[in-house]
Structures are given as C-alpha cells and as structure tokens.
Design a protein around this ligand. Structure first.
Ligand code: IMP
Ligand code: MG
Length: 181
C-alpha cells in the first residue's frame, strides 16, 4: 500500500484555508465572548497546523493542550475502537473548552473524545473540524464548526498525513494513485 505510486492534486488552497479560518474565528470569538481563558484542545497529530493558525487568528486568551487518540496507523481505513494514547495535561472541569480536529470521517474519533471530555464536566464544550466527509459517517455526530465539507476522497496536507507523509504541505490535496489497473 505505502509503495503504490501516487500524486497529490490540490483541493483547497492555503489562501482559501486562511480565509475560512478568519470567518470561523469570528463565530468562535462570539461564542466564547464571556470566557476568561479558553482551553483549546488539539487532537494529535493531524490538528497541529490547524490549531496553530486558529489560536493566532482567535486573538483571545487561550491555553493550549493536546490529546491523542489511536488512529488509522498507516492504513487508509478507520478503526471503530478508539483508545486514548495521550491524555490532557490539564483539568477541564468548569472550564470552557474548544476541541480542534483535522477531519471527521466515520465520526468515531471525535465522538469518543467529546464524550470522554464531557464526563469531566467542562462548563462549555464545543468542537471544530477543518474538514468533514459527511457521506462516510457511521455515528450520529457533527462538529459545531466545520471548515469545509469534502467528498469521500483521501486527503493530505495542512497537518494531515498519508502513512506519516505530506503533513507539511501548505494546502489540502487529494491522493490519486497512478497505477490503477
Ligand atoms: P474517524 O474516526 O473515522 O472520524 O477518523 C478521523 C481520523 O481519521 C482523523 O482524525 C484523521 O486522522 C483520519 N482521517 C480521516 N480521513 C482522512 C483522510 O482523508 N486523510 C488522512 N487521514 C484521515
Ligand atoms: Mg486524526
């Protein structure tokens, strides 16, 4: 699988991502207008670029924390059983929390993480995903904010990987295999 040759076709430009983040941050600032210090929680590893751009555009008082859930490994298929590999450093009880994810596919990962964090009784818990593939959904879950809805394509870039590659592309591209028989 990792050996199959592929090319990457640009799907969402860096400029389009930046413009969308400005819009999203207007909404988020309104939602958390009364929040003294927002806890922004990134899901490792795919959200690291998005969360960096998001918190700088937000321009409000934030704390940044990370949580890591088990993912695809090096495959392109999601596993339905989600495990927490690295938990938050800080407590979130009574706090206002925004969970930041790169992409919602089947929905299992973010759904599981949100339920876990909910059990810790934050005052307010919201979620944002840069990308959403609604046609792939297996659990009834939607993030509060979505950057872009995309079709059922395997995408990379802007933090998102294929077998740990291509996270550093500044844009979102789709993987196209070149030796399809
Ligand atoms: P879900 O649990 O099926 O919603 O999967 C979510 C996770 O799968 C995301 O956090 C990504 O890490 C990964 N994922 C889903 N779709 C893609 C993709 O198109 N490219 C790379 N990773 C993806
Ligand atoms: Mg992920």
């Amino acid at each position: 699988m990792g050996e199959r040759p592929y090319v990457i076709d640009q799907m969402i430009s860096a400029k389009a991502i930046a413009a969308r983040i400005e819009e999203l941050c207007d909404d988020i600032r309104n939602e958390f207008a009364d929040t003294e210090k927002l806890v922004v929680v990134g899901l490792l590893r795919g959200s690291f670029v998005f969360i960096a751009d998001l918190v700088r555009e937000l321009d409000m008082s934030v704390e940044v924390d990370f949580i890591e859930a088990s993912s695809y490994g090096d495959a392109m298929e999601s596993s339905r059983e989600v495990r927490i590999l690295k938990d938050l450093r800080g407590a979130i009880e009574g706090r206002d929390v925004l969970v930041v994810e790169d992409i919602v596919d089947t929905g299992h990962t973010l759904h599981h993480v949100i339920n876990l964090l909910k059990s810790r009784e934050p005052a307010k818990l919201r979620s944002i995903a840069l990308l959403d593939k609604p046609t792939r959904r297996e659990v009834d879950f939607r993030a509060d904010w979505i950057g872009f809805e995309i079709p059922d394509e395997f995408v990379v870039g802007y933090g998102i990987d294929f077998a740990q590659r291509n996270r550093n592309l500044p844009y979102i591209g789709k993987v196209r295999f070149t030796n399809d028989a």
